[in-house]
Design a protein around this ligand. Structure first.
Ligand SMILES: NC(=O)c1ccc[n+]([C@@H]2O[C@H](COP(=O)([O-])OP(=O)(O)OC[C@H]3O[C@@H](n4cnc5c(N)ncnc54)[C@H](O)[C@@H]3O)[C@@H](O)[C@H]2O)c1
Length: 437
């Protein structure tokens, strides 16, 4: 099948690469010349495990191409995916300008019948807007569908290749066989391809992310209670999560959720509720709890060292919003580091892959960047762990202790065992567990 994917970011590239891998002829289009330039040289503009290899192989075998000529790419696709960003607008609602800009190009270039699939996360009702925008420019035949993406950055290829489910919102039967054919290689082991109406598909994506975010904020509030009551949130999590009605995932207390999806999708859903006069107050609390949670590490540090941190220096392990990605959108690291800098401290950070992104977009030269995790510690008054990269989980405590000015650790991801930290002679401040002083 000839497939066009418009938007070559985290989602568009994974969709394009995986569809090329299964034999489709894929054109990936983007208006960002730098990204397309890198892709044409066989380099992925983002860090996503396995993506480079997939892109290079399919590029070499002629199944995928990259272009800034969106109109040309649209003309050749029997199926056109819209996978552009939907960032939050000022009021938190999803900004649809990029999605509708692509719809316009599709309308202007509808040379034959096409299936237009929205992959971007968009509020309920967007498919109608996409249809109207296309219809302004053509009388041709097309089918609008909603096919939200559930991949997780860091495991995106695997998630796309082996999805738990594929949700397809359709309004005309013409789209169904095309979606079935496209997804058939990925649902062979019985994981469902769920067809539904478009509004339900659009809402499914937001409801899923809002539910996961709710679990995290819920556990962060329980963690605060654990600290007050002398309980251990990691024990509570194990006890609660082993109930099959609840399940164990997304119950980790920490320094708050970040990334390109949960924060913006929760806010967008709250906004949709307001527009439709439906009470989603539970989600307002989820969002506000998370905003407060991102400041928990800063608060613990100031409680220990005082409000004025001039002359203090801190080592930060982890900049990406989670491991196995270089994505720093809404990362807790930025909140913590900004607070430390504002209080007069200096910061040296390490991240296995996100340094370039941090330098270019978030922190510039306002902090130092270390080559490895131990180099970041040199002379620091404390270590602050923000992202749970594997290599931070079992460090050499001798090296950590020798490098730090004082053996003090603030752990925003509960990576270490308080009893072990006591034995190693550290002051240790986790989230929702016993502090070691
Ligand atoms: N990142 C994730 O983990 C994830 C998971 C599921 C769903 N989503 C959703 O998928 C969508 C895309 O997310 P992303 O993380 O890939 O975003 P991204 O910012 O990484 O990529 C979006 C790309 O779209 C391009 N673009 C913008 N306007 C364009 C236009 N008019 N024509 C062509 N290209 C254009 C941008 O240059 C950019 O490269 C969002 O709606 C997001 O909520 C993201």
């Amino acid at each position: 099948m000839n497939v066009t994917v418009v938007g070559s970011g985290y989602v568009g590239l994974v969709v394009g690469a995986c569809l090329a891998e299964t034999g489709n002829q894929v054109a990936c289009a983007d208006i960002d010349e730098r990204k397309i330039g890198m892709l044409n040289e066989g380099k992925s503009p983002i860090y996503e495990p396995g993506l480079d290899r997939l892109l290079q192989r399919n590029l070499a075998e002629g199944r995928i191409r990259f272009t800034t000529d969106v109109a040309d790419a649209v003309r050749e696709g029997q199926v056109v995916f819209i996978a552009v960003g939907t960032p939050p607008d000022e009021d938190g609602s999803a900004d649809l300008q990029h999605v509708l800009a692509v719809a316009r190009v599709i309308g202007q270039n509808l040379v034959d019948e096409k299936v237009v699939i929205t992959k971007s996360t968009v509020p309920v009702g967007t498919a109608s807007k996409v249809r109207e925008e296309i219809e302004k420019h053509t009388d041709g035949t097309f089918h609008v569908c909603s096919n939200p993406e559930f991949l997780k950055e860091g495991a995106a290829i695997d998630d796309f290749m082996r999805p738990d489910r594929v949700v397809c919102g359709i309004e005309s039967e013409g789209a169904r066989p095309v979606l079935e054919e496209l997804y058939e290689p990925f649902v062979r082991s019985g994981n469902p391809l769920i067809f539904m109406d478009i509004a339900s598909a659009e809402l499914t994506k937001y409801a899923a992310n809002a539910m996961l975010a709710t679990r995290i904020s819920f556990m962060n509030q329980i963690a605060a209670l654990c600290e007050a009551a002398g309980a251990d949130v990691t024990m509570v999590r194990r006890g609660v999560g082993s109930d099959p009605r609840i399940g164990a995932s997304f119950l980790y207390a920490g320094a708050g959720y970040g990334g390109s999806c949960f924060p913006k999708d929760v806010r967008a859903l709250i906004q949709t509720g307001e527009e439709m006069d439906v009470d989603l107050s539970i989600l307002k609390e989820v969002h506000e709890t998370n905003e407060r949670q991102k400041k928990v590490l800063g608060r613990k540090i100031r409680t220990r060292f005082g409000e004025d941190l001039s002359g203090k220096s801190f080592a930060v392990w982890g900049l990406a919003f989670k491991p196995e990605t270089d994505d720093m959108r809404e990362a807790a690291s930025v909140t913590v580091i900004e607070e430390l800098l504002a209080a007069g401290a200096t910061v040296t950070a390490h991240d296995p892959v996100a340094e370039e992104v941090a330098r270019e977009w978030y922190l510039g030269d306002r902090i130092e960047y270390a080559q490895d995790e131990y180099a970041a510690l040199s002379g620091a008054d404390a270590l602050v762990v923000v992202t749970e990269w594997l290599q931070y989980r079992r460090p050499s405590w001798e090296r950590v202790k020798a490098a730090l000015e004082a053996p003090i650790i603030f752990d925003g991801r509960n990576l270490y065992d308080p009893a072990r930290m006591r034995r190693h002679g550290f002051e240790y401040y986790p989230i929702g567990r016993e502090q070691v002083r």
